[in-house]
Write a protein that binds this ligand. Sequence first.
Ligand SMILES: *Cc1c(COP(=O)(O)O)cnc(C)c1O
Length: 395
Amino acid sequence: MSEHNKTKLVSVGRKRKWTHGVVNPPVQRASTVVFNTVAEKQSAAINRTNQTLFYGRRGTHTHFALQDAMAQIENGAGCALYPCGTAAITSAILSFVKSGDHILMVDTCYEPTRDFCNNILKNLGVETTYFSPTIGQDIEQHIRPNTRLLFLESPGSITMEVQDVPTLSKIAHQHDLIVMLDNTWAAGVNFEALKYGVDISIQAATKYIVGHSDVMLGTAVANEKYWEQLREHSYLLGQCVSADDAYLGLRGIRTLDIRLRQHAENSLTIANWLTSRPEVDHVRHPELPSCPGHEFFKRDFKGGNGLFSFVLKTSYPKATNAFLDTLQHFSMGYSWGGFESLVLANEPKSFNSLRTIANPNFKGTLIRVHIGLEDVDDLIADLTAAFEKYNEVLD
Ligand SMILES: *Cc1c(COP(=O)(O)O)cnc(C)c1O
C-alpha cells in the first residue's frame, strides 16, 4: 500500500466482501458454518486457512477483516488473533519452542511474560536467559547452539528503556533465531517492527487498538517465513476471539492515528512540566533525552503516545499514597491505552522481583502514568494538587 498512514487506517479491512455494502464489516457471530453441497464443503476445507468460512474457530468475515487490517498496518503476511495480549505472547512463543530449547528474553518484559517463562516454559524444559534492554551487540554472547528465539519489548514495561531493535534482530538472524517483539507501546504503527527485522510483532490490542478500555484482545503479525506455523500452532492451541471483540478492534483502528497524536501531545507537555518539579529525580519518556535508549526512539519511531514514567527523589509510601489518593482525573488501574488517564506507583524494592539483571536501583518511587485525552491543563492542575499533598505528608 502506498497510501499515507492516516488513509490506510481508515481504509484497511473494508473490502466489500467483508462489509457487504455498509461502512463497517457487520458482526458475524458463528460456531457452525453450513454447506449445502459436498462440493461447497470440500471447497471450504481446501481454503480454510485462506479467509474462507469453514468453522467458527477459523473465524468469520469480521475476523478476516481485522486480520486483513492488522496484517496491512504492520506489513506482514498474516495476523493471528487471541483473546488477550498475554495469550498472543504465550501462544506465539509456544508455537516455536520445544523441550531442550533456550530463549533470550529482555529483562524489562511485561511481568506476566516473565512469569510464563519462569513457570510454564521452565516446566516444559525450555530455559530462559534474561538480558539487559541496553545490551546491543553483546547479545551475541548469550546465544547458544540451542537458542531458538529472541524476545524484545521496546520501550520496556514500567521503566521505558528503548531497545536497538535493528541491531539485536540482525545478530539474532545471523544465528537463525526467530525475533519476536511486544510492540504494544507503538500500537504497531509508530514502530514498523517487520521493517526493522522483527519476524513476529505482537500487541495487546487491548490497549491502543481497542482504545476504549472495554475489550481484551491480542494480535500477532508474522512475516512470510513464520506466518504458516504461527497460524496453525495458534489454531491448535485453540486461540480464537469473539466476533464482537474483533468488531471493536476494527472500530478502534479508525481513530488510532488521531488518538495517538493527542495522547502524545498531552503526554509530552506533562513530561516536560514534570522535569521542572522539585520532587522529580528524572522523567522516563522516550521523547526526552533522560529516557534510556532515547536515541533509538529518535531514529526508529514515528511518534509517541500517552504512557511514560517518572522517578521521584525519595521513596516514602505514605506520601506516595497521599499523592495517588488526591488525584481526581487519574484513576489507578492495571492497564493503559484507553481514552482516560491512569496512574500506578512502584516503590524501589518492587523491582527486586520484576528484574533479574537490569534492576535500575532507583532511590525514589517510580510513578507510571497514562495520559489520556482530557484537557492537559486540568491534568497539570490535578498533579499540582497531588504534589502539594505529597509534600505535606513528607514534611
Ligand atoms: C497489557 C500488556 C500486555 C498484556 O495484554 P492483555 O491484553 O492484558 O493480556 C502485554 N504487553 C504489554 C506491554 C502490555 O502493556
